[in-house]
Design a protein around this ligand. Structure first.
Ligand code: NAD
Length: 437
């Protein structure tokens, strides 16, 4: 059954509501190019409504709720996501173009596990020391929630990125205003449907719309204490600049350009297998995609000889088919972006060994591509393409676990997702010192 042309509303203060401006925006299935839903085009006023609702919920009891209460509600949310796992996977596949089978097996279980992990972690969050550090006084450390957290998510893993953000935020006792990407808002809205019966009104809000005014409006809003963004490096810099005026805490998970370094004595079969998975999973639209292969001079030619047929063997097609390994890119804009990179690389003297063109059919399709660049400083080697283009780590790329932190270095931003380290970032430390007299 395909998604009907549903007109969605936003979820603010425990209620479903249209945008104050009344405008809607289209949501497209990139595998067909067809419109599959309409969502409200949010405004500054909607941001204000959502932040006020979240602030009211924070002050009205959520910030004082016990860890056990928050934990039990989050476990209910995890169970609800698991029970609706097939539905979430179908919506995500239709909205992002992800192969359905991989979405069910590789994305939904870790999403459920993420919420379960933070439900458990809520109960073991601790300040590290209590004691007498000055005679006559006793000190203790508390970890307190920050307030309203603005969670701004990208389109490549819409539900997973939402889970990585709301898990630690809610577990620590913050309330959340989640803004999904304008291209992929449907699983966030489905999540709100489930959360509506689990959390008090205003604890979890979802508002839809564009980066400006909705994302930027969240960053500007004085009632938001922290902004967590997963997105492009340029967006991250913009968010950090804008957040400075209200001194908000900023948590940035930005783009990447992960290298694969292949030594001359590497096991070629394994290398090719990992590049095939790590470079083309989610059509390469992954911040940790294995996109930049740097091979030793003795193995380089042989690696290319083995990689090209492996890439040719990728099954590209209908995301709903069980054997599909790669679906479309998320949008026309993304096809234009990827193809721009490849065309500029060709002009700069790069050789395209396979792929290098859009697939001519309805929807947003691009061939799995291998490019041999002219030199190490070429744009295609140094900038994130975010598509199925490999320019040919320690042995793996995609696997993640909720107990361990995930996040970037340098231009990939700061702030860690997942793990107890993420939970700590959604809190502030307070030192309480009391006189013993
Ligand atoms: P994007 O930066 O275009 O958009 C991300 C979100 O920010 C969207 O919801 C968008 O509406 C919003 N936004 C845009 N402009 C804004 C502004 N001025 N203020 C506030 N919000 C704004 O990124 P994208 O294209 O959706 O996602 C792809 C990027 O995300 C890639 O660069 C990828 O590497 C990165 N990413 C990083 C990780 C990670 O863990 N490091 C994970 C997934 C994706």
């Amino acid at each position: 059954m395909s998604t009907t042309l549903r007109r969605h509303e936003m979820f603010i203060g425990g209620e479903w509501t249209p945008s104050t401006g009344g405008d809607m925006q289209e949501v497209v299935n990139p595998a067909t190019g067809k419109v599959i839903a309409h969502v409200p085009k949010g405004t500054d006023k909607d941001v204000d409504r959502a932040v006020n609702a979240a602030r009211k919920a924070f002050d009205g009891g959520w910030s004082d709720s016990t860890p056990r209460d928050r934990s039990e509600r989050m476990l209910k949310l995890a169970e609800a996501i698991a029970a609706n796992g097939d539905e979430f996977a179908r919506i995500e596949s239709e909205n992002v173009g992800k192969p359905l089978a991989a979405t069910k097996s590789e994305e939904i279980p870790p999403i459920v596990d993420c919420i379960r992990f933070f439900a458990g972690a809520a109960r073991v969050l601790e300040g590290r020391a209590t004691g007498e550090y000055m005679s006559g006084f006793t000190s203790m450390l508390r970890r307190e929630p920050l307030g309203v957290v603005g969670s701004i998510a990208p389109w490549n893993y819409p539900l997973m990125m939402a889970a990585w953000k709301i898990g630690p935020a809610l577990a620590a006792g913050n309330t959340v205003v989640l803004k999904p990407s304008e291209w992929t808002p449907l699983t966030a809205l489905k999540l709100a449907e489930l959360a509506a019966d689990i959390f008090p009104p205003g604890v979890f809000n979802v508002i839809t719309g564009d980066g400006e005014p909705v994302g930027a409006g969240i960053v500007r809003h004085p009632g938001v204490s922290m902004v967590s963004l997963t997105g492009d490096v340029a967006t991250g810099k913009e968010v950090a600049r804008a957040a400075a005026s209200t001194l908000k805490r900023v948590h940035l998970e930005l783009g990447g350009k992960a290298p694969v370094i292949v030594f001359d004595d590497a096991d070629l079969d394994k290398v090719v297998e990992w590049i095939k998975i790590g470079g083309y999973f989610n059509a390469g639209q992954d911040c940790t995609a294995a996109t930049r292969v740097i091979a030793g001079s003795h193995i380089h030619e042989k690696l290319l000889g083995d990689l090209v047929p492996a890439v040719r063997s990728l099954k590209v097609g209908d995301p709903m088919s069980d054997d599909t390994e790669m679906g479309p890119l998320v949008s026309e804009e993304q096809v234009t972006r990827v193809s721009g990179f490849v065309e500029r690389a060709k002009k700069a003297g790069a050789e395209v060994l396979i792929g290098g063109a859009r697939i001519k059919k309805a929807g947003s399709w691009y061939e799995p591509t291998v490019v041999v660049p002219k030199g190490p400083t070429d744009e295609i080697v140094t900038k994130e393409v975010f598509g199925p283009v490999v320019t040919v780590r320690i042995n793996t790329h995609i696997p993640l676990v909720n107990e361990m932190p995930h996040g970037g270095y340098k231009q990939s931003g700061y702030g860690k997702d997942m793990s107890i380290y993420s939970l700590e970032e959604y809190t502030q430390i307070k030192h309480v010192m009391a006189s013993l007299d």
